[in-house]
Design a protein around this ligand. Structure first.
Ligand SMILES: Nc1nc2c(ncn2[C@@H]2O[C@H](COP(=O)(O)OP(=O)(O)OP(=O)(O)O)[C@@H](O)[C@H]2O)c(=O)[nH]1
Ligand SMILES: [Mg+2]
Length: 300
């Protein structure tokens, strides 16, 4: 390993739905963090490790920072997002080029004090080139001298440039993780997240926000992985919606999640899903801790 090897933590922060998880997955080259068209999809910090010959870049995907503090889970999510800032070697703020609002500006004021700071202007595939210019100018006025990188995480535009800029900002040092490790999260955790993603993408309105998923059994057999998971809802009426008429909704969620898991594990998966009720779990500290939403990370 050469003396010029670089290694460090890169926090990906921003308002909900700006493309943080999409960007981390694109940079690492694996789908580690779930994504959806709706805001507040990510609920935890998730590491994604990118190994190159010259560097190890440890990305930290975080929940979108938002003003909603109505439930305990929202407060947990905001803590999970902002607590990475002080320890990161580089802070990357994700912005949606189409709309930079008051909440984004609040985040920019919050991160202005960090020396190692990069603004990532995402979703440039959705606007004309000339529409980027006023946004770049406005950001330049808000945070003078801070580098801004326009990208499309989804279409993988300009990601090589972004990666090189990130690596150049990392401190010199040996790798913290083995070169074949992609994340700090367990397959159990990722399996639960994949089920949650399918629910987020299939269910309407507020229902996805009332749901959490827990893997109860995860057993690797020689030619099959057996996974049993519980989908927890907050209200009795929600249970019927998740299951759907004749169990059709649950079956659809199950087969979509199984297909993703089989791709990830490169083998057959038997997935069993249950739907259970725990009233108001999202606003109850004890339930949150039991479901893995606690500041002292458990079962990563
Ligand atoms: N067109 C386009 N869509 C994008 C791009 N990046 C992300 N998206 C879409 O934007 C939506 C949100 O992406 P996520 O990666 O889940 O966003 P996030 O910032 O992680 O969201 P939270 O976890 O809710 O904070 C998804 O539908 C993505 O497919 C991009 O560069 N271009
Ligand atoms: Mg996310």
């Amino acid at each position: 390993m050469s003396d010029s090897f670089r290694c460090g933590y890169v926090a990906l922060v921003g308002t909900p739905n700006t493309g943080k998880s999409t960007l981390m997955n694109a940079l690492v080259g694996e789908k580690l963090s779930i994504t959806a068209h709706r805001p507040q999809t990510t609920r935890h910090q998730i590491l994604g490790i990118r190994n190159r010959e010259d560097s190890q870049c440890i990305f930290i995907d975080t929940p979108g920072i938002h003003d909603d503090r109505s439930k305990a889970i929202h407060r947990y999510m905001n803590r999970a997002a902002t607590s990475v800032l002080d320890d990161a070697d580089l802070v990357c703020v994700l912005l949606d080029v189409r709309r930079i609002g008051a909440q984004d500006e609040k985040i920019l004021r919050l991160v202005a004090k960090y020396d190692q700071l990069l603004l990532v202007l995402n979703k440039i595939d959705l606007v004309a080139r000339e529409d980027c210019l006023p946004v770049l100018q406005r950001l330049g006025e808000l945070l003078p001298g801070v580098e801004i990188v326009p990208v499309s995480a989804l279409k993988r535009e300009n990601l090589d440039t972004l990666e090189d800029l990130i690596v150049a900002r990392l401190p010199p040092g040996r790798p913290f993780y083995a070169s074949d490790q992609l994340t700090d999260r367990s397959m159990r955790f990722i399996a639960a997240e994949i089920v949650r993603e399918k629910l987020f993408r299939s269910l309407d309105k507020e229902l996805p926000y009332s749901i959490t998923v827990n893997v109860d059994h995860y057993v690797e057999e020689p030619d099959l992985t057996r996974i049993a998971a519980t989908i927890w809802v907050e209200r009795k009426s929600q249970k019927a919606i998740v299951i759907g008429k004749g169990g059709r909704q649950l079956k659809k969620i199950g087969s979509q999640a199984r297909a993703d898991l089989e791709g990830l594990l490169q083998g057959k998966v038997y997935l069993q899903l249950w739907v259970k009720l725990r009233e108001d779990w999202a606003d109850d500290e004890r339930s949150l801790a039991a479901f893995g939403y606690s500041d002292v990370e458990q079962g990563r």
